[in-house]
Design a protein around this ligand. Structure first.
Ligand SMILES: NC(=O)NCCC(=O)O
Length: 319
């Protein structure tokens, strides 16, 4: 009975154009130029909502455990140069822009966060959301740099639909996806930075499964290429020190609530994936499967509230 609710999303994966040794300002500026060109193409393709990769203004230096110069890439989510730049793009192309950055929160003790700024197609800032789960795996030494998000699971009402952002490692946490969906998200973006040896076997499954389980669209975005750092670091595994993170395998894709998905972008080249979605599919799948109706959330809430108490004793029945 409803008219189609069509929206075109753009997923961007890109290499860092300058080496990690280049001055910070030059690296940021080169990335702005690169993204500006890709967004021009997205605009020609009629994209309504575009999302960039995790921490898109910098090399993924969180493996190094060095503070400098990497913390220099952190910016204000409200008035940093990258947010100002994205506001111009959003207004020029009437496009919602999701800009994942390393955030410096000046008003709260200069705390750093892994944040996505969401900018409306009017150019106004709709708000921000922060990465809830910090990886403690392999060379992802991210707790050295920023804190666990404290903004919960916000959903942004845009002219084109309700969207949320589940940043990278949050995709391994089904409850994280669930909360965005419970709060009404129709599309959940997952800007990421992850490498082949660690996660490539999980990549095609996790966001796709989240789309099915939550009756929503999911957009999985990964970095691409190799990034080399000036100083060697170890992985704490007895192997030799090295200067790179490993291979970011791209392969960005969109998954739908009926379990279908797009092909992935390249494993080794920059790319823009443009996909047209009909948001009516979210309710159609909900009406077929009723996961929201059959989910026993009040039971889980009660049991979880008990399970997190220090004196909890799991109900294991024995002979
Ligand atoms: N950036 C990030 O959270 N990476 C963690 C590794 C993964 O989730 O595959």
């Amino acid at each position: 009975m409803r008219r189609p609710q069509l929206v075109r999303v753009g997923l961007v994966q890109n290499k860092t154009p300058l080496p990690a040794e280049a001055p910070v300002v030059e690296q940021v500026s080169a990335l702005h130029r690169r993204i500006e060109a890709i967004v021009e193409v997205a605009a020609m393709c009629g994209v309504n909502i575009i999302c960039f990769q995790e921490a898109w203004t910098m090399p993924f230096a969180f493996c190094t455990r060095e503070k400098l110069p990497w913390t220099e890439f952190a910016e204000s989510a409200e008035d940093g140069i990258t947010t100002r730049f994205c506001q111009k793009l959003a207004k020029k192309h009437s496009m919602v822009v999701i800009s994942p950055i390393l955030e410096r929160d000046r008003d709260h003790g200069d705390v750093l966060w892994n944040t996505a700024v969401v900018i409306s197609n009017s150019g106004a800032i709709l708000g921000k959301t922060r990465k809830n789960h910090i990886p403690r795996v392999g060379d992802f030494n991210e707790s050295t740099y920023y804190m666990e998000g404290n903004l919960g699971h916000p959903v942004f009402q845009t002219q084109f639909g309700r969207i949320a952002v589940n940043i990278c490692y949050g995709r391994h946490h089904p409850l994280n996806w669930l909360m965005y969906s419970i709060n009404g998200a129709e599309i959940i973006f997952n800007p990421s930075a992850t490498i082949g040896t660690l996660s490539e076997s999980l990549w095609p499954i996790e966001a796709r499964n989240a789309a099915i389980a939550n009756h929503c669209f999911t957009c999985a975005i990964n970095r691409v290429g190799e990034e080399h750092f000036p100083n060697e670091f170890t992985s704490g595994d007895g192997k030799k020190a090295h200067q790179d993170f490993g291979y970011f395998y791209g392969s960005s894709y969109v998954a739908a609530p009926d379990g279908s998905r797009t092909p992935g972008l390249s494993r080794n080249r920059d790319g823009l994936l443009v996909t047209e979605l009909d948001l009516n599919l979210c309710r159609q799948m909900n009406d077929v499967w009723n996961f929201k109706m059959t989910g026993r959330y009040e039971m889980y809430a009660r049991e979880l509230a008990e399970a997190v108490k220090p004196n909890y004793s799991p109900p294991i029945l024995k002979e």
